[in-house]
Design a protein around this ligand. Structure first.
Ligand SMILES: [Cu+2]
Length: 368
């Protein structure tokens, strides 16, 4: 038999565990908090949440006070034969406790329905920036159809979405493989990316972010092995910064003619272009896009700051590890790649030697 003191101790442990868990949710707004909106759409959602929250607090307090009052007032007393008055039906009370919740729900429903329509509205017009978002296992690709380079390719990048402040950005989203979900907690809710379909999401950001501290985003639909590492950043620029970034991205990267970069270029052409693309300028001045678009575009890669689904910062050391054995840094399943059918589940280990790796790093660095 369990002793009384043991029971008591168990209850206390349970109480503190529950309290601990509950309090953990008050630990300020973490990196990916939806309670710290940085744009008008996220603010609407947050305000709606606050409305529901405070109504719930009032209801909770009233109900608990009534409950405690009833428990105390009508408790069983040892010495008297106390039975509460036996009541059957009370029309006034029943009408009241039906009407009050109905009014509360109506108060919540009106801004909720309006909010659902606002969030779903697809912005149109000359001021809207359209960006195509393609989800891949396990990274996000961004294409800007409004900006094309000399080879006729749209500006294409990965893992870091650049947008100008105060501009309505219409994301036109799809997936190359399985269902993913695009979520930037500071700017809007989540929206699925469905293969063979397009979905839209609007982003509007109030202020530019410091370039070393962009807004975090995350795939929010379980997509297998490296789902947790399928992140991205949203770098909010001033209009001038954004224009400069676009101009830089549209420049072709240069094919080297000497040094370790040239060694890297040779490996790049023979190995990497099976999956990666880049728009390059040949020594004779011609501009062309080489490679296959199954993996992140590597033009201007080094300037991106983060790689592998924004899991890591780009440094010489991490890049050397990545090129030596990518799956060491991020769980992937390249054995199941089927390039002929456009299916890629990770970057393989190519058994590159030290000189090849140094050459590739030199090449990618020169492609900042
Ligand atoms: Cu995903």
């Amino acid at each position: 038999m369990v002793k009384r003191s043991q029971m008591m101790r168990r209850r206390l442990v349970l109480l503190f565990a529950t309290l601990g868990l509950a309090l953990a949710s008050c630990s300020g707004s973490g990196d990916q908090s939806a309670l710290d909106p940085k744009g008008p759409i996220a603010r609407d959602i947050d305000n709606l949440w606050l409305l529901v929250f405070w109504i719930s607090v009032v209801v909770f307090v009233l109900v608990e006070v009534a409950l405690l009052y009833a428990i105390r007032k009508f408790r069983e007393r040892p010495d008297e034969d106390f039975r509460p008055k036996q009541i059957h039906g009370n029309t006034r009370l029943e009408v009241l406790w039906t009407a009050i919740p109905a009014v509360i729900l109506a108060v919540i429903a009106v801004p909720t329905v309006a909010g659902v329509f606002n969030v779903r509205e697809i912005p149109e017009g000359p001021d809207v920036l359209e960006v195509e978002v393609i989800g891949h296992q396990w990274w996000f690709e961004f294409r800007y159809p409004a900006y094309t380079n000399a080879a006729g390719e749209p500006l294409t990048t990965a893992s870091v979405l650049h947008i100008p402040e105060d501009v309505k950005v219409n994301l036109i989203m799809t997936s190359a493989d399985v269902i993913h979900s695009f979520w930037v907690p500071a700017l809007n809710g989540k929206r699925d990316l469905v293969p063979g379909n397009t979905s839209n999401l609007t982003l509007i950001a109030d202020d530019p972010t410091p370039s070393d501290d962009p807004l975090p985003g995350q795939c929010a639909e379980y997509c297998w092995l490296a789902h947790a590492d399928m992140r991205f950043k949203v770098d909010v620029d001033t209009q001038a910064e954004f224009d400069a970034w676009v101009a830089e991205q549209l420049e072709p990267v240069v094919v080297p003619t000497s040094g370790p970069e040239l060694e890297g270029w040779e490996t790049f052409q023979s190995v990497c272009t099976a999956c990666h693309q880049a728009t390059v300028q040949q020594p004779d001045g011609t501009v062309e896009t080489i490679g296959v678009s199954l993996a992140p575009n590597l033009g201007h890669f080094w300037g991106r700051g983060v790689f592998a689904g924004a899991k890591y910062e780009i440094t010489d050391d991490l890049m050397a590890q990545w090129l030596d054995n990518p799956s060491d840094l991020k769980p992937m399943d390249p054995d199941r790649n089927d390039i002929a059918n456009g299916r890629v589940l990770g970057m393989p280990d190519f058994g590159l030697d030290g000189t090849q790796i140094d050459g590739l790093i030199a090449l990618l660095k020169s492609w900042e």
